[in-house]
Design a protein around this ligand. Structure first.
Ligand code: UGA
Length: 436
């Protein structure tokens, strides 16, 4: 099947490469010439395990190509729309300018029978509005939300938990659903559930999924606040809750909370859209989810201040992590970097290290100190803060080794990812988040 993928960011680049890897003919389109050139050379423009390999395979097989010319989308049977929908400046809603621009540019190249499949996360109602503009071309608009996680994007795209497609209630809608079923036939044949819904439900599935995940994380972080006050341990609490199969342990990871280019802005956009629909009260809890999440960063900073007896100015603090999560170089709304920036704001001499995200972090926050080598960051530190649970810190860093590098054995575990007993046994003043 011939496909175009419009927008080659974290979502589109992976989708294009994944579709080529299962045998489709794919053209990836992006307005960013530099990104297109990298992709065309088979280089991933961001850190994503397995993506480079998948790109090179697709390009070498002649099934994958990248361009900045929208006209090259002409002739594809399915056009996947994968542009970004960031938070609007000065508000909570989603900024749809890239979606609108992509649709405008694509319109002249659509033919009757083509399928325009939206993958971007959009406020409910967007697909219907796009469909009204696309209608005169004879193409059909469907919505096919994406659930991939950064760091696992290739895996999630090739073996998704489920495939959802929202289609219009018409004969063309049924035909378009069949087209999408064919596009994903390898995953569907392997047993992936395929759910066909109306347009609005498909749009809502994505927003609701991210809202649920964010709520689950903030729930356990709220419990961490209570655990701190009560002298309990939130990680044991999470283990015990997680054994209840109705609850499950995943997304009960407590600490400095969620960030990235999706959960924070998606819960805000979801609430903003609910308000427009007159149902703001239905999701008023999402404001609390957001507030709990942001309080975690304050809490981590306070733990550092307390551990240093209030004397932060001029102290050397090693910050382990900058990315919003491991296996990613993405620093968008990164709680890790936010903690580093706040400590720097208090006058600390902050040295940030990260296996993948230093270049991105330094471009946005040149005021912070950086060390590519973890041990250089630790050397002579008055306190250490773990804010991204990379294996390099969580698994590979021994308390004895770190103890030989730092000036003070103070460690704040912002991700509750370390073995508290082992660090304490090695003479460290260990402080977790919601752990006794
Ligand atoms: C999230 C969703 O998980 C994907 O399903 C969705 O497709 C994607 O957003 C999107 O909308 O595009 P992602 O942003 O890659 O994916 O990151 P997650 O792995 O979900 O983590 C989000 C944040 O939550 C990270 O900062 C992570 O550290 C934090 N987190 C996660 C916790 O604090 N605790 C947990 O237990 C799990």
């Amino acid at each position: 099947m011939r496909m175009s993928v419009i927008g080659c960011g974290y979502l589109g680049a992976v989708h294009a490469a994944a579709m080529a890897s299962i045998g489709h003919d794919v053209i990836g389109i992006d307005v960013d010439e530099a990104k297109v050139a990298m992709l065309q050379r088979g280089e991933a423009p961001f850190f994503e395990p397995q993506l480079g390999e998948l790109l090179r395979q697709g390009i070498d097989a002649g099934r994958l190509r990248f361009t900045s010319r929208m006209a090259d989308a002409g002739g594809a049977d399915v056009h996947f729309l994968a542009v970004g929908t960031p938070q609007v400046q000065g508000g909570h809603a989603a900024d749809l300018r890239y979606v609108d621009a992509a649709v405008d540019a694509l319109l002249p190249h659509l033919r009757p029978g083509d399928v325009l499949a939206g993958k971007s996360t959009v406020p409910v109602g967007t697909a219907a509005a796009i469909a009204r503009r696309v209608d005169p071309t004879g193409a059909t608009v469907v919505w096919n939300p994406e659930f991939l996680r950064e760091g696992w994007a290739v895996h999630d795209t090739l073996t998704p938990d489920r495939i959802v497609v929202g289609v219009p209630d018409s004969a063309d809608g049924a035909t378009a659903a069949d087209t999408i079923r064919t596009a994903y036939s390898s995953a569907i044949d392997a047993g992936t559930p395929f759910l066909v819904t109306d347009l609005a439900t498909a749009e809502l599935v994505k927003g609701a999924a991210n809202a649920f995940l964010a709520t689950k994380i903030s729930f356990i972080n709220a419990m961490a606040e209570i655990a701190d006050a009560a002298g309990a341990d939130v990680t044991l609490l999470a283990d015990a809750l997680g054994h209840d199969t109705r609850i499950g342990r995943r997304y009960l990871g407590s600490g400095i909370g969620f960030g990235g280019g999706c959960l924070p802005k998606d819960i805000r956009a979801f609430a903003a859209r609910a308000e427009e629909l007159g149902r703001g009260e239905s999701v008023v809890f999402l404001r609390e989810v957001d507030a709990i999440n942001l309080r975690r960063r304050d809490r981590a900073v306070q733990l550092v201040i307390d551990a240093l007896d209030g004397r932060v100015f001029g102290r050397r603090i090693a910050v382990l992590g900058a990315a919003f999560k491991p296996f990613s170089d993405d620093i968008r709304d990164s709680p890790a970097l936010d903690v580093a920036v706040r400590l720097r704001g208090l006058g600390a001499d902050v040295i940030v290290t990260d296996p993948a995200a230093i270049d991105n972090a330094a471009a946005v926050h040149p005021q912070l100190g950086y060390a590519r080598d973890r041990d250089d960051a630790l050397r002579d530190a008055d306190a250490v803060v773990v804010v991204t649970e990379w294996d390099e810190y969580r698994r590979d860093l021994s308390p004895a080794h770190a103890g030989g590098l730092v000036r003070n054995r103070i460690i704040i575990d912002g991700r509750n990812c370390l073995d508290a007993a082992a660090w304490r046994a090695a003479g460290w003043n260990y402080r977790g988040m919601g752990r006794r």
